[in-house]
Design a protein around this ligand. Structure first.
Ligand code: GTP
Ligand code: SPV
Ligand code: MN
Length: 592
């Protein structure tokens, strides 16, 4: 409870709208959360897992129609359609409020309204911001208590301020036809109805920390980005930080927690995780760009996570973790997913709640999978063996390099460096990537996803590109260097060419060396590329010709890519920075 007038007024309004039987304020105390876990287990909302093997861990299954973000039902309700821009669904705020209120009205009847005060960023950090989410789902409360900092302390730092984000979540009937995820950036308000899954309902995450915050950053002169943040410590003990934007399910969590190859570990290289999904970045007093991770946990993709691919992520899930839509191994009362190990469980329940028949498992048929391809773990960041000392400090870490990337079977080389900040902004804006299971819809279709922010930019993306250019002008020669990477090149048989995962450290080292002017490169039409000998291949079984194949710039394919980009950029009309058109013309001329 609080004496904040704006908070109390809003709680009164939503109470009248939703008609809950009871109101419970989330205090942040462990005792209260433990009581909620017990209630959820009793109702079947959560399944308690093996306390010895997975202490404090639970499994939750969502409805089969509610397993991912829903981009076609996500709206930016700014006053004018132009301000939402050509890449967002838009609806007039008045109309949308009315529609959502009609859907949500009375829907908490017979239920409890949980009020969750939460902080994005360490409580009280000058870079942190406060939100309040009301929900009728204990699953949401428990996930928010892992993913954000919740409770009374948040209300204390908020004081009498009106600078907080309103988040209303109502599960309703989980009716996909009435599902809406709506942001009202000018009102600091989010309303989400008829879903109970991840990014649709943990309103601190994509809705606030990206869609609302990107709008705030535009207005206030900072940046909210879909980026991991990691620290690389060299043998001298010096730490450098990089931020990287890849689309959903394209390797942020993996890169953020990577374990360097043995020959680099032996030399003393270490990697520290600051964040795995979202970065808020501001220009610091020394003129450099500083980043914080506004989250407090990881909502990570389960399938493919194993001891070898991502040891640190797996270790993070060994206690106090909530698993969503993975399989339940009845013999051990633990969880399983495709890619965890080779021992398919013999006695398991799949993510749909049915007995799973391992003998019918067919890699090519997702219907036979035990875990949903977008099944996830919600794990506290403190569990991560390589969590950075800086994670919980509010000051942020100085960023040396910004990396963009996507999932491209062809074309995009392993790595290249942009020619300068403005060209780097163009490189980010030109990211295309194959769609993944993180959002409902077709998987594996190449689409434009500028800065990995297509589903998350809370305003006109033309203005967003301009904001990036303006930040570069303010940063001047202190601006991070900008790179592009692609871990996902495939050969003609569909195998990944680059080993990826921990071996991506070899590419990070080239990137950092470039930042310090210590590594060579060749200038090409698209940017600076390493020569094959510039990437350290110690202990790696990859021949030079193979490496050359993913470091080549195919002139015809790149010319076609530039033509596609020209078409795509047309949708931004006069809001498209003029620089971009000039750069495309330049690249095409240089490709000839
Ligand atoms: P969101 O949480 O949706 O934002 O995803 P993310 O960007 O954090 O992706 P994540 O690290 O969870 O990786 C998604 C998938 O990509 C997993 O199946 C990984 O195994 C796979 N992956 C990650 N890094 C690499 C890599 O370097 N090479 C290959 N081939 N696959 C990778
Ligand atoms: C993503 O889709 O980028 C995620 C998962 O990180 S969700 O929280 O569902 O958005
Ligand atoms: Mn994400």
């Amino acid at each position: 409870m609080t004496t904040n007038v704006t908070v109390n007024q809003w709680i009164k309004e939503v109470t009248e709208l939703l008609s809950p039987d009871k109101i419970v304020w989330i205090t942040g105390e462990e005792e209260q959360l433990e009581g909620l876990r017990k209630t959820a287990v009793a109702s079947g909302e959560l399944i308690k897992l093996n306390e010895e093997l997975l202490p404090g861990c639970y499994l939750h299954r969502t409805r089969q129609n509610d397993v991912a973000r829903v981009e076609d039902r996500t709206f930016i309700c700014s006053k004018t359609k132009e301000n939402a821009g050509p890449t967002n669904n838009w609806c007039d705020p008045k109309e949308m409020y009315q529609k959502l209120y009609d859907i949500a009205r009375g829907s908490y009847r017979g239920r409890t309204m949980y009020v969750i005060p939460f902080s994005m960023g360490p409580i009280g950090s000058p870079l942190a911001k406060v939100g309040i989410e009301v929900t009728d789902s204990i699953y949401v409360v428990l996930n928010m208590a892992i993913m954000t900092r919740v409770g009374n302390k948040v209300l204390e730092v908020l004081g009498d301020s009106n600078d907080w984000v309103r988040g209303l979540h109502a599960s309703c009937d989980i009716d996909p036809e009435k599902r809406y995820i709506c942001q009202f950036p000018e009102d600091n308000t989010i309303i989400s109805v008829n879903s109970a899954y991840g990014g649709n309902v943990l309103l601190g995450k994509k809705c606030f920390a990206l869609r609302i915050a990107s709008y705030q950053g535009w207005k206030e002169g900072w940046m909210a980005e879909h980026m991991l943040i990691l620290g690389i410590e060299n043998p001298k003990g010096e730490k450098k930080y990089v931020a990287a934007a890849f689309p959903s399910a394209c390797g942020k969590t993996n890169l953020a927690m990577l374990i360097p190859p043995k020959y680099l570990r032996d030399k003393g290289y270490k990697v520290w995780t600051v964040g795995d999904d979202i970065a808020w970045m501001r220009i610091g007093q020394d003129g450099r760009l500083y980043a914080i991770n506004p989250e407090n946990g990881f909502f990570g993709v389960a399938p493919g996570t194993n001891e070898k691919s991502n040891f640190n992520a797996l270790a993070s899930t060994k206690k106090n973790t909530i698993f969503t839509n993975v399989a339940l191994d009845l013999d051990t009362n633990t969880v399983w997913w495709e890619g965890l190990n080779k021992d398919l469980p013999k006695n398991a329940i799949d993510w749909k709640g049915n007995k799973w028949d391992a003998s019918k498992f067919d890699k090519a048929n997702k219907d036979t999978y035990a875990a949903h391809p977008n099944s996830r773990f919600t794990a506290p960041a403190v569990n991560c063996p390589c969590i950075s000392d800086e994670f919980d400090k509010g000051a942020g870490v100085p960023i040396s390099a910004i990396i963009f990337g996507g999932r491209r079977a062809k074309l995009a080389p392993l790595v290249y460096q942009s020619k300068n900040w403005a060209n780097g902004v163009f490189v980010g804006a030109s990211v295309s990537s194959e769609t993944t299971a993180a959002a409902a819809g077709a998987v594996g279709v190449v689409r434009h996803d500028p800065m990995a922010m297509l589903p998350f930019c809370g305003y006109n993306m033309g203005d967003y590109f301009q904001h990036w250019l303006d930040m570069g002008k303010k940063l001047g020669d202190k601006a991070p260097k900008i790179f592009n990477v692609n871990w996902f090149r495939q050969d003609d048989e569909g195998n990944f060419v680059w080993p990826g995962f921990g071996d991506n450290m070899r590419v990070l080292n080239w990137i950092l060396d470039r930042c310090e002017g210590k590594a060579d490169a060749v200038e090409t039409a698209i940017g600076y590329l390493p020569r094959p000998e510039d990437i350290d291949l110690t202990d790696l079984d990859i021949d030079r010709a193979t490496l050359e194949s993913i470091l080549a710039v195919d002139k015809d394919a790149w010319t076609a890519e530039m033509d596609g980009l020209t078409e795509y950029f047309k949708k931004f009309g006069d809001r498209l920075p003029k620089e971009f058109t000039e750069m495309i013309a330049n690249i095409k001329a240089n490709l000839k």
